[in-house]
Design a binder for this molecule. Structure first.
Ligand SMILES: C[S@@+](CC[C@H](N)C(=O)[O-])C[C@H]1O[C@@H](n2cnc3c(N)ncnc32)[C@H](O)[C@@H]1O
Length: 203
C-alpha cells in the first residue's frame, strides 16, 4: 500500500486515503470536469484526433501498453516523503520498478487555462489531447492524486505521455528505466514551467 512518511517527525506514516487530512487537497480517482461543456468538447476533440491515422496509431500502442492499468486505476507502490522546505515533498518507490511500468495518471480538475490563476499554482498540468495543447489545464491544487507530488528532473526516470481512452484524454506516467527501491520518481516538467519560477534543483 502507498503511504506518506514524514521522516522529520519520526516514523509517522499516513495512508493515501488520509492524505487529504494532512494536505490541503482532496484525493480523487479520476479527472473531474466541473463544467460539463468542457467534458463534451474534450470528447469531440478526442474522437476527431483519433480519426488521424498517425495519432490513432500512437494511441493504439499506448493503450495496448497501459490501457488496462488506466482502466483499473492501478498505482505502483510508492510513498510520499518530506524532502526540505524548498522542494517540499516528493514521491519515492518502495519496491524496485521495472522499465515501462505504468505509474499513474495526473488527476485534478479540468478547467479553462487562466494566466492569472495559473502563474502561482504549482500543480497545473497542460491538458493535451494527442500531442497538442488545448485551452484547458488539469489543476491538482485542491483535488488530485499522488502524482501531484512528483518533482521535476532534467534526467527523469518517468516519461509523461498523452493517451486517449474512453473518449477522454489522459496524461499518464510510466518508467523509462529500471528504478531501484527508495529512489525518487521524477519527470521533466518541460520548458515552460520554470520560465516564471526560480531554477529547479538538479535531482
Ligand atoms: C507539482 S509540485 C511537486 C510537489 C511539491 N514538491 C510539493 O511538496 O507539493 C511542483 C513544485 O515542487 C517544487 N519542485 C519540483 N521539482 C523541483 C526541483 N527539481 N527543484 C526545486 N523545486 C522543485 C517546486 O516548488 C515546484 O513548483
Amino acid at each position: 500500500m502507498s503511504v506518506i512518511s514524514q521522516p522529520k517527525r519520526g516514523s509517522r506514516k499516513i495512508s493515501l486515503d488520509k492524505m487529504s487530512e494532512v494536505f490541503d487537497f482532496k484525493m480523487i480517482k479520476r479527472l473531474h470536469f466541473l463544467d460539463p461543456r468542457i467534458g463534451e468538447k474534450v470528447r469531440v476533440r478526442c474522437l476527431k484526433k483519433l480519426k488521424k491515422e498517425e495519432y490513432a496509431k500512437q494511441n493504439k500502442w499506448t493503450t495496448h501498453l497501459f490501457g488496462k492499468e488506466v482502466e483499473e486505476k492501478r498505482v505502483v507502490p510508492v510513498e510520499i516523503r518530506y524532502i526540505d522546505p524548498l522542494i517540499g515533498y516528493g514521491v519515492y518507490s518502495i519496491e524496485d520498478i521495472a522499465p515501462l511500468t505504468y505509474v499513474g495518471s495526473y488527476l485534478g480538475l479540468v478547467r479553462k487555462r487562466s494566466r492569472r490563476q495559473d502563474k502561482d499554482n504549482n500543480y497545473v498540468f497542460r491538458y493535451v489531447i494527442g500531442p497538442h495543447d488545448t485551452p484547458w489545464v488539469i489543476d491538482a491544487r485542491h483535488h488530485g492524486n499522488f502524482t501531484r507530488f512528483i518533482n521535476h528532473s532534467y534526467e527523469p526516470n518517468l516519461t509523461s505521455k498523452w493517451m486517449i481512452h474512453n473518449q477522454r484524454a489522459h496524461v499518464i506516467f510510466f518508467t523509462n528505466k529500471h528504478i531501484n527501491k527508495g529512489t525518487q520518481l521524477t519527470y521533466d516538467y518541460g520548458p515552460y514551467y520554470w520560465r516564471s519560477r526560480s531554477y529547479p534543483l538538479s535531482m
